[in-house]
Design a protein around this ligand. Sequence first.
Ligand code: IPM
Ligand code: MG
Length: 361
Amino acid sequence: MSTHRIAVLAGDGIGQEVTPQAQKILQVVAKATGASFEFEAGLVGGAAIDATGGPIPESTLRLAEQSDAILFGAVGGPKWDDAPQERRPERGLLALRKELDLFANLRPARCFPMLVDSSPLKRSVVEGTDLMVVRELTGGLYFGEPRGREDFADGGARAVNTMAYTSREIERVARAAFDVAMKRRKRLASVDKANVLIVSQLWREVVTRVAKDYPQVQLEHVLVDNCAMALVHTPTHFDTIVTENTFGDILSDEAAILAGSMGMLPSASLGGRVGLYEPVHGTAPDIAGQGIANPIAAILSAAMLLRYSLGRGGDADRIDAAVLRVLEQGYRTRDVYADGTTLVGTTEMGDLIAREVERSY
Ligand code: IPM
Ligand code: MG
């Protein structure tokens, strides 16, 4: 049986704590199925800046390119907040996305029935929410040219970023989103700002054209401000959402609240040969180093890795089910803790899920 090479880039903050839990689950799968995973760790983010001076050394980029999939933690933190843009930890992640051509970022947000009351939103609003944000990840405002800053002699300054897309970039992420919608409830909301932005008019035009190849999918165009409101007003309206890079960054954080906690949200970044899998939550400097972070987003990201990069959907299903069972048994990390449940730390939650995965084989 062939060996799957998995690059493990834990990064900073709670990335260092949750990633080993995800890795532990993959090891359980390997043991139970005979699959062979070879893990290799690489430096990225602030950890890489401290060790090498830059947010992503050549060796990490090479490791990523030569692997079959990447298990990613999180990057960033107050320690590096004053660094110039090119030397911020976040650059490491952006470089990986661009280098590996990971243009489609899948961020599922589901309201887990047993966590309904963990969401600050009312039960009547969030109950039944099950949506997928497909965020364009290698273009738009994050990468558009021109970009830069000009300092004036009088002390003033001018800074520019550009939201730019080619029709090809829009078309490929639109196709990815229609493909996702086809496997779900066949509804797609394309989110833009076409009442103001020229780039959004092109977005709308291209998505509408691609829709002709997917007659079974019901497409609607939603303005981004309206979508932001609808997500907390009637989240059950949505099935699949496709949108520009920055819009998707913002809307996916908002969607996280529907799932009860950021600690529950996994993601997959796809497009090129190598997929990257990361929890949506970031480094959470306020709780880093305390062993209390929720590892579920990282563990569900490992499940997505099995599903999308290694073609092991059955194993992914077992992990998803194991997470549900452990939650049903009443175990909670602090972010989703409620009266009457059992509070556990990061490693303990990982162990509980590992045990359930093991039992499922
Ligand atoms: C995310 C994060 C990143 C982004 C940061 C860390 C660069 O917020 O993955 O949503 O803005 O894309
Ligand atoms: Mg974000």
